[in-house]
Write a protein of this length. Sequence first.
Length: 239
Amino acid sequence: MWMDGYDLLSGNSGRALPDVMKKSIPFGWLHKIGCGDDDGMKNQAVFLVLAFTTSAFAWSELLVINQVIAVPVQPEPAPPELIMGRGLMSQGQLVSFFMEQNPDADEQKVTRLAALYIEESAFEGVNADVAFVQMCLETGFLRFGGLVTEDMNNFCGLGAVSTEQSGLVFPDERTGVRAHVQHLKAYGSPDPLTGDLVDPRYQYVNPKGKSPDIHGLAGTWAADRQYGEKLAYLLERLY
């Protein structure tokens, strides 16, 4: 339903929006956020436009027309599915998400890891949000409990096959994160690595770029056929 004039909302009869706004603002996209009082603003209502673009008009700046304020509102970002790209979450947001799932975790370590994932992922062009969430899934939010133990600095189960092959060991957190990001890039992109190779299992991913999105990791990275859905669920919660 298109709006005939803002008098429909504010009660100011006989006052209508200009034609361009009539054609641009659907009735359902206006939301009343305040009205005036006795300080010369009586009967004047303010509305927030709950869309950043319309089919007929793009709101590129704050518009004040006939007592209606149209404010551009950015849409909520969608959780990523592609492995390559730029993550949108800040270090603080990653840490907050993690600590909500495991309040007993070492917050200082989580903070370090969040920074490392952002840095190392950016260097290789991998989406840091995807890499961080995969670490959460693989380690049980750093609870471990499987073949891989915390002291191994192995954050994605690299090389963990059996009790005889419990996984690769890395000398420090950064190297472990870098190996994870490199291995993830091997699945997500045919492009060569930017940095020096530290992932001993990088060579075994062929062809490079065979799984550009998280759903392709099911049955490839992990035998679990629900693996991609589990990653998508965690990314939804993160966003």
